[in-house]
Ligand binder design. Structure first.
Ligand SMILES: Nc1ncnc2c1ncn2[C@@H]1O[C@H](COP(=O)(O)OP(=O)(O)OP(=O)(O)O)[C@@H](O)[C@H]1O
Ligand SMILES: [Mg+2]
Length: 237
């Protein structure tokens, strides 16, 4: 078991506006980590920095044993990082199958394409039925499944998801969470950003809490769920 990700003391800015202060976190192979916090806390900024869309002004990002700080996103992705951004960006005019093919863009992913596709179709039978449907015409829930499936086609060392439950009906939220649980059980390493703090911490081995750009708490998922400060601030108890 090795360390998949280490975020070491990063400061991140949008122009002159600082969004993250001294953020550190780490993820071990096979772990399910949730990153929670209120609107504007810096969750999306953290994921965008890990995937290379933003570059930290201070600090380091170590992914799969390599210092990837300052690398462009496509090079970090090639090391095995799948980032499913907010708003599930698909290719709306392409079919389901074409979108999945686009996800398998590294040599390793292409080599295992058939096998991974079969796995993904077992996980999401609906996508198999609808493999020739134009992605943009699918329902919100189906598009979220497709976004996750496309990330999986990369055969990632780390799957990062930004608010996968956003805009979904409760039943579908439950299905997305069940899927993530199953992927975790199969050994996938996951970093989840989620507004639904209860779900996020129930699933997580460990969690981090961000407030106004800083990590203010970290601990076991269950332990955080029981914490009076979390109950009060995020669970409305
Ligand atoms: N492109 C940008 N330019 C300037 N400031 C930005 C930009 N994107 C985000 N910010 C600011 O950075 C801070 C962190 O935003 P971020 O999107 O990371 O929050 P978040 O935790 O993902 O919030 P949410 O739960 O609403 O998605 C906020 O104050 C936000 O206004
Ligand atoms: Mg966000």
């Amino acid at each position: 078991m090795g360390r998949v990700l280490e975020v070491d003391d990063i400061d991140v800015y949008y122009g002159e506006l600082q969004a993250l202060w001294e953020v550190s976190l780490h993820i071990e192979e096979g772990e399910f980590i949730s990153l929670v916090g209120s609107n504007g806390a810096g969750k999306t900024t953290t994921l965008r920095t890990i995937s290379g869309i933003l570059t930290p002004r201070r600090g380091k990002i170590i992914f799969a044993g390599k210092d990837v700080t300052g690398w462009p996103p496509h090079r970090i992705a090639q090391e095995g990082l799948a980032h499913i951004p907010e708003g599930r960006q698909l290719f709306p005019r392409l079919t389901v199958l074409e979108n999945l093919k686009m996800g398998a863009y590294t040599p390793k992913a292409r080599e295992h394409f058939d096998e991974t596709l079969e796995f993904v179709f077992t996980l999401f039978p609906r996508l198999k039925e609808r493999r020739d449907q134009i992605a943009g015409t699918m329902s919100g829930g189906e598009r979220q499944m497709l976004a996750i499936a496309r990330g999986l086609m990369l055969r990632p060392k780390l799957l990062m998801l930004d608010e996968p439950s956003l805009g979904l009906a409760p039943k579908l939220v439950q299905r997305v969470m069940d899927t993530l649980r199953r992927l975790h059980e199969e050994g996938l390493t996951i970093l989840l950003v989620e507004q639904n703090v209860r779900y996020a911490l129930e699933l997580a081995d460990r969690g981090y809490v961000l407030e106004t750009g800083r990590v203010v708490m970290e601990g076991g998922g269950r332990e955080l769920l029981e914490d009076p400060r979390i109950k009060k601030a995020y669970l409305g108890l």
